[in-house]
Design a protein around this ligand. Structure first.
Ligand code: FES
Length: 103
């Protein structure tokens, strides 16, 4: 991680936090008491940490790897801008939606 910080806004909560470069979306949530499920503990083995990138380009988050893409394919409510919170590392200012859970 570098010493750069980024602003991450979570919707619909309307909460903005500052995170160090390279922190995952899940880590940012855990550190700021933002509720994001993570049934597998952040090992890309579930889809409970599904989030949707509302604002920000591909450069703002780490590139999606095959494992994440594969897992997202099994996720209900997946969109073109879906990511797994535990696999997405923050490299710029972004707005992230935490979608309602389908249960
Ligand atoms: S916490 Fe399970 S895939 Fe992210």
């Amino acid at each position: 991680m570098s010493d750069k910080f980024h602003k991450v806004t979570f919707v619909p909560l309307g909460v903005t936090v500052e995170t160090p470069d390279g922190m995952s979306v899940l880590e940012a949530c855990l550190q700021n008491d933002i509720d994001l499920e993570h049934a597998c503990g952040g090992f890309c083995a579930c889809t409970t940490c599904h989030v949707i990138v509302k604002c920000g380009t591909d450069d703002e988050l780490s590139e999606m790897q095959f494992d994440e893409e594969d897992k997202l394919d099994t996720c209900e409510g997946v969109t073109l801008h879906s990511r797994l919170g535990c696999q997405s590392r923050i490299h710029g200012d972004v707005t992230i939606e935490i979608p309602p859970k389908p249960y």
